[in-house]
Design a protein around this ligand. Sequence first.
Ligand code: G3I
Length: 388
Amino acid sequence: MRDCIKHQNMGMALICFLLLSLSIVSCSPASPVAQPEATVALPAGSTLRALAQAHGLSIGAAVNVAALDGDPNYDRLLGYEFNMVTPENAMKFDQTEPEQDVYTFAAADKIVDFARSHGMQVRGHNLVWYENLPDWLTQGHFSRDQLMAILHDHITTVVSHYAAQVNIWDVVNEGIDDNGNLRDSFWLRALGPQYIDLAFRWAHEANPQAKLFYNDYGGEGLGHKSDAIYNLVKSLLQRKVPISGVGLQMHISLDNAPAPSAVIANMKRLAALGLQVQITEMDVAVQNDTRPMSARLAAQAGIYASMLHACLSVHQCTAFVLWGFTDRYSWIPQITGHSDAPLIFDTDYRPKPAYYALASALKTGSLPAAIFLSISASGLMNSSSLSQ
Ligand code: G3I
């Protein structure tokens, strides 16, 4: 085509014009919107998933289905770096049963299909929560028996639908409030405290192979909330409720990260009950801090590495999952209305210091201070990854 354009003859120029038009038409998308190519550069060196696999650890990220659908850079990095996914919203009650007895799995199926084609495990999230309940349920004026039947049907249908692909479920999410009491929720009011036992038993009946988790925030270290979670799961085990583990969400910020020693102690006491633990929703908000962004991102990296190190120090900590992976789609700015940078890739998919800190922690298995020295010395913390 370039030779053609250089040609001076008029007749030839006309042919060139026609050819050029044809080539534009033939390159035009058949559908109105073409799927763009993935253009993001992948980080050099071993992937997080390869490094984690060497420890027998799953490393994951929550998945935003709109991003998975429309942003090929998102898909490319997700499949490359992680070996586990959690649907961020697509498996919640109002998404999977928007009308009574009408189940919609299309969005969650996309995530599960992506996971299957990229050799990733899926953490099902979640079966029983006080949020994301559809109006038909909360406004429905059902009797206690009807609500029992509704919850039984919901858990059975969702867990059975994914029986072949989802072998870990957050069965009860955030069932304890910030004071350490059973949360005054729709389900507690509807069914009483036994809703928790019932949910685990029904999930187990629907898929006896699945690992069933209680998942909560604010109970990562030691304190009254983690004591309440510990007491709850201990009582479930005493009643022979089929629970396999506890999810420590780890939504934290620079000023309230739990002490790694407290996280390790908490994990160890849960492990001593025979349970697994998993870090299930980690992000580290940086907006409430007055230091320059470079200092905040360095502090954030240290926190990520120390929590990963805590997980690596407890054999029963089997997964380390982030609530997203790129700042581009984090839930936090949506909720607070302020920009933030809580994840390990920036909004343009560049790895942040936290990414290198996690990679280094997985490579060396060493403590955060040593991780920091080694990433500074190796020049991995370059200025572009620190500038935000
Ligand atoms: O889908 C609508 C979209 O159509 C609309 O344009 C948009 C306008 O705001 O809202 C969209 O829905 C939002 C959805 O996120 C997707 O972005 C909901 O309003 C919003 O409430 C929902 O928030 C989610 C929140 O759970 C409540 O379900 C967050 O994305 C999700 O990150 C968050 O995740 C929870 C975990 O499930 C449990 N642990 C805490 C964690 C953070 O809150």
